[in-house]
Design a protein around this ligand. Structure first.
Ligand SMILES: Nc1nc2c(ncn2[C@@H]2O[C@H](COP(=O)(O)OP(=O)(O)OP(=O)(O)O)[C@@H](O)[C@H]2O)c(=O)[nH]1
Ligand SMILES: [Mg+2]
Ligand SMILES: [Zn+2]
Length: 360
């Protein structure tokens, strides 16, 4: 051992009780014996002190070796460890198997590598939001991990309200285990309150299903506090088409955050378009802003899996056939409920579209 190592061992031992020291010596001796069995092992010549130091370093390392992914770039990720952001590389195995799905919000285990740290594994996820990989069909890509709430951001007037994307997102959210809410932005652009109410009426089926609908404006601050209260103490993600105002909403909630994030000047049109998902933490808010997605597709294995995501289908009576897929079958309670208006027709049409995509 060099003098520096000796000094480090002395410092670390000073923090231990005599019982802990005895235990450490026992484990160091065992490790030494284990390695000596193989004379070619790089640690076969280590003595008990050197092993003691190694075991203590490993133990200390374990304590702060977990971090949260803030953003992911090619073969690299920004990871927050004890409040500090560090750029980490990924070991080969993570690169090959998990890079496509490593996402902001992921908890990762790190190890020292050269001057920095690198990601050696990704911990199990509590929840996830995935989409179908636009380049490889049948493959999933994680957008964000370990979120409680997915805020589907839509806009009125510019761009006009698109409700169809909502059902896709709600299905993906159900699949990944999070909870969905709808934020309707740019309500300041309506010429009259009647026009706004007309747009909001299209979202009534969601409110009835228990999905919260939050009309907001970043221009007038309308509804911003209600969104803040809804997201407080949770990890959330903003998703939706480009230009609906996700980054602006984040900026209303956490002033200055969009500047700190990854906002780039887009294609000469002076438009600030988000290019990379990024986790922002401020007070009791934890929000991931994501780039707008033109075509959001969900990867499903079966029609049953899609039907499961339309939770209101399970709340009407029983279908005649227990394996009913609610398509053309006779005695289908879901189709009947659509006729009576108990299930919103737009929701049923979304279901049919997802089924068509699966079989085509
Ligand atoms: N009138 C009005 N304009 C808004 C509001 N919120 C955002 N905008 C404008 O809408 C445009 C797009 O806003 P962004 O926040 O960049 O939209 P985004 O959803 O983050 O877009 P991407 O990053 O491309 O996905 C900007 O010009 C904003 O100034 C609002 O409440 N009212
Ligand atoms: Mg943005
Ligand atoms: Zn049915």
């Amino acid at each position: 051992m060099n003098p520096q190592q000796k000094e480090e061992l002395r410092t670390l031992l000073a923090n231990l009780t005599s019982k802990e020291r005895k235990d450490l010596t026992r484990r160091a001796a065992a490790s030494r014996a284990e390695c000596q069995r193989d004379p070619k092992h790089p640690r076969s010549r280590w003595d008990v002190d050197r092993w003691s130091l190694q075991l203590l370093q490993d133990a200390n390392h374990d304590e702060d070796a977990i971090g949260t992914v803030i953003s992911v770039a090619k073969a690299k990720a920004v990871v927050r460890v004890n409040g500090e952001d560090i750029i980490c590389e990924l070991i080969k195995e993570v690169l090959e198997k998990q890079q496509a799905s490593l996402a902001p919000g992921d908890q990762v285990r790190l190890e020292s590598h050269g001057d920095g740290q690198r990601i050696i594994s990704v911990l199990d996820r509590r929840t996830v939001l995935t989409r179908r990989d636009p380049h490889f069909k049948n493959r999933e890509r994680a957008i964000v991990a370990n979120i409680d709430v997915v805020a589907i951001v839509v806009s009125v007037v510019a761009p006009p309200l698109h409700v169809r994307i909502i059902d896709r997102y709600l299905a993906a959210i159900h699949k990944g285990g999070a909870r969905g809410i709808i934020v309707v932005n740019k309500t300041d652009l309506h010429e009259s309150d009647a026009a706004l109410q007309e747009d909001l009426a299209q979202l009534a089926p969601y409110a009835e299903m228990g999905v919260g609908v939050f009309p907001v404006s970043n221009k007038t601050d309308r509804g911003i506090e209600a969104v803040r209260a809804e997201l407080a103490g949770k990890t959330a993600v903003f998703v939706g088409h480009s230009g609906v105002g996700k980054s602006s909403l984040l900026n209303s909630l956490v002033p200055g955050s969009a500047l700190a994030g990854d906002i780039s000047e887009g294609y000469g049109r002076g438009k600030h378009t988000t290019t990379r998902a990024n986790l922002v933490e401020a007070g009791d808010l934890r929000i991931v802003d994501t780039p707008g997605i033109r075509e959001f597709a969900v990867e499903f294995d079966s029609v049953e899996e899609i039907a499961e995501c339309f939770t209101e289908f399970n709340q009407v009576g029983r279908c005649k056939f227990s394996d009913c897929l609610h398509l053309e079958e006779p005695g289908c309670a879901v189709q009947e409920a659509v006729e009576t208006g108990e299930i919103a027709r737009v929701r049923y049409e979304s279901y049919r579209r997802l089924v068509d995509e699966l079989v085509s």
